[in-house]
Design a protein around this ligand. Structure first.
Ligand SMILES: [Zn+2]
Length: 286
């Protein structure tokens, strides 16, 4: 029996993704900075707060469309009004997530199905809702994944539960540079055959924190370390979700000698020392 592992597009063993919250003015500088380095970000936007205040803090939908979506980043749900699902009643949680999704889809078109939990998210429950309630209603609302928080994913593993997707670290984590070095050091294909899992480095935060701490050079340093690596796929959260879903939709015979790709993606995988690539609609004998 062979060991099978997903590989990212072009057979890459690792992915890097970012997730930044609240649709603030500093997102423009963040996007401009990471664009120079080819990194991709998911921007989590409160649909009812776009362009909403007089201090010019929230981006307008035109700015988001041009500078964030327009340069290849993802826009994801962050509630219409930034309500924590764990702190609201079930019906208020449903309303904030659904209004958030509708608001973004009407503003930007397309299908918007990613999410980052607003506020304390699913870390505290105080109004009768449980994690299972939240997960179930998000599934019914067509949300594909939801980023959570709580501890660091410094093993760089893919999420086990898409509705509790734990990032590697916040950019202000004192160990962030250590984590990056550790991540870059991993040589996935030379690990023993049963452990060659793909790895992901997932950083989150709020762009306004770079303004507040006057440390934009910290972001530049991080980008310099992470960028330009042939082993790494630079992708948004939803690109990683969609690709992983395609990989997990591959069909195999029992002996795992025949594989069929029923999806619209070209998919890469690794089996006992060899990389394979299977095109949409193709069948491959291994
Ligand atoms: Zn937020």
């Amino acid at each position: 029996m062979k060991n099978y592992f997903m590989r990212f597009p072009e057979g890459r063993t690792k992915a890097v993704t970012l997730s930044y919250d609240d649709g603030c003015r500093a997102d423009l500088r963040l996007a401009e900075t990471i664009n120079k380095y080819g990194l991709k970000c998911t921007f989590n936007i409160n649909s009812s707060l776009m362009g909403s205040n007089t201090q010019d803090w929230h981006l307008t939908k035109e700015e988001i469309a041009e500078h964030l979506l327009g340069t290849g980043h993802e826009i994801a749900v962050h509630g219409a009004l930034h309500k924590a699902p764990g702190m609201t009643t079930i019906i208020d949680g449903i309303r904030d997530a659904l209004d958030g999704r509708i608001g973004l889809e009407r503003a930007f078109g397309g299908i918007i199905k990613g999410m980052a939990y607003p506020n304390s998210g699913i870390r505290i429950f105080d109004n009768g809702a449980t994690y299972n309630d939240v997960k179930n209603y998000l599934i019914e609302l067509g949300i594909a994944y939801a980023r959570s928080l709580g501890g660091d994913n410094d093993c760089f593993l893919m999420p086990e539960d898409w509705y509790n997707w734990i990032p590697t670290a916040h950019h202000n984590n004192p160990k962030i540079m250590e984590y990056i070095d550790e991540f870059l050091k991993i040589d996935v294909n030379s690990e023993y055959a049963g452990a060659r899992r793909p790895r992901i480095f997932y950083m989150w935060g709020h762009a306004f924190e770079f303004d507040r701490n006057d440390n934009w050079e910290h972001l530049t340093e991080i980008c310099e370390k992470l960028s330009g690596n042939d082993d790494i796929w630079y992708a948004t959260n939803i690109e990683i979700y969609n690709y992983t879903k395609a990989y997990r939709s591959l069909e195999f015979n029992v002996d795992r000698t025949v594989v069929y790709n029923p999806t619209l993606h070209t998919v890469w995988f690794h089996a006992d020392g060899k990389d394979y690539c299977i095109k949409s609609g193709a069948t491959l004998n291994i």
